[in-house]
Design a protein around this ligand. Structure first.
Ligand code: SF4
Length: 173
């Protein structure tokens, strides 16, 4: 099985500690004002075999992985396999546009939410003071400090051969 990946970067602003943030490709939710429209198309961007990606993650000196997008739960079976293929020392954060009600009606999505440590769930709202103001939190462990999302508003700029990308929580308040 493969995961359709938009891109990934090391980051300190998409969860506590140095993390790999994995932006998946593909999202049909079409939230108004979405800040990442380049991830919507469902066509293959970079198809990564799960075992290969798990080996890369295991070799990184990161505390965890953040799943973002695009819509990670549209690739729920592949993500579930990835999480179980990575060593148990890494913690996992999931950003999803699906609401808890939608998630809990779908067995594949439920398995991913149970496998990660923290999920921030719900549609992006354009009028929010910051992108996660209206997200609902689902916790399955104490391994991720929830206060990170209440107290930190930091933006990171990543410069690469393909240009400059911005990620994190800008200050709107
Ligand atoms: S779920 Fe995320 S990627 Fe998808 S449209 Fe909404 S904000 Fe954009």
């Amino acid at each position: 099985m493969e995961i359709n990946v938009h891109h990934m970067e090391l980051s300190c602003v998409n969860g506590p500690g140095l993390r790999l943030t994995l932006w998946v490709q593909g999202c049909a939710l079409n939230c108004k004002g979405c800040f990442n429209p380049g991830t919507h198309a469902g066509e293959a961007k970079t198809l990564m075999p799960i075992d290969e990606l798990a080996q890369k993650i295991n070799a990184l000196g990161v505390v965890g992985v953040t799943l973002s997008g695009g819509e990670p739960l549209d690739q729920a079976p592949a993500l579930e396999q990835l999480i179980h293929a990575v060593n148990g020392e890494k913690n996992w954060i999931l950003y999803t546009g699906y609401t808890p009600k939608e998630i809990f009606q779908n067995e594949a999505m439920i398995r991913v939410v149970k496998a990660v440590d923290l999920t921030l769930a719900g549609r992006y709202r354009q009028n929010a003071k910051h992108p996660y103001q209206y997200k609902q939190i689902i916790k399955t462990s104490e391994r991720v400090d929830v206060d990170f999302f209440r107290t930190r508003r930091v933006v990171e700029f990543v410069v690469s051969n393909s240009g400059v990308t911005k990620t994190g929580l800008p200050v709107y308040i």
